[in-house]
Ligand binder design. Structure first.
Ligand SMILES: Nc1ncnc2c1ncn2[C@@H]1O[C@H](COP(=O)(O)OP(=O)(O)OP(=O)(O)O)[C@@H](O)[C@H]1O
Ligand SMILES: [Mg+2]
Length: 157
């Protein structure tokens, strides 16, 4: 079963900029464990954290525009952090299994001129080894930027 190693969330409701576990920008951190307990005062963003996964699932199933409205989210303006200037952003580092290579999925969601939410960038990168190295950048099979995308498949050996 796939394992989430870490996540960064930016500008999603109360979660303006948080990282949990090992992420591209926090490679030295320990990965999340199989059981994660989230403890915090009322209104600190615990339910919001869980809704990140619901929101992403809705984005994939129903599209970004519908996902912003579903489950009482109330639209992009309600889920975008108040005073947040940049896009909503999620970066998830995961592995298909314990000894698999790291895969990073990142997506940025913004509004267009007609105030419609859209995927601003989306990128899926697979690291070449189980350890990160600046000389071994990940393969990037999917890279979408502002609506146009490049699909890069590995060359046959
Ligand atoms: N768009 C937004 N920008 C910034 N903050 C927001 C936004 N939408 C909601 N919030 C804040 O998020 C907080 C609620 O977050 P959440 O419901 O995740 O907290 P919680 O930790 O689950 O609280 P509880 O313990 O009461 O269940 C409130 O303080 C609310 O003001
Ligand atoms: Mg809650």
């Amino acid at each position: 079963m796939a394992r989430i190693e870490g996540i960064t969330i930016k500008n999603f409701k109360a979660l303006k900029d948080i990282s949990l576990g090992k992420t591209e920008d926090h490679w030295d951190q320990q990965s999340l464990t199989q059981l994660v307990a989230v403890i915090g005062k009322n209104g600190t963003g615990k339910s919001t954290l869980f809704d990140v996964f619901g929101f992403l699932a809705d984005c994939l199933k129903e599209g970004v525009e519908n996902a912003c409205e579903l489950r009482g989210r109330g639209g992009f303006d309600r889920i975008h952090s108040f005073n947040g200037e940049d896009s909503i952003e999620f970066d998830i580092l995961y592995r298909e299994s314990k000894n698999s290579k790291f895969i990073n999925y990142s997506v940025e969601i913004d509004q267009d001129e007609q105030n419609r939410p859209f995927v601003f960038t989306e990128c899926l990168s697979e690291y070449k080894s189980t350890e990160r190295s600046s000389t071994l950048p990940g393969d990037t099979p999917l890279d979408i930027e502002s609506g146009s995308f490049q699909l890069r498949l590995p060359h046959a050996a």
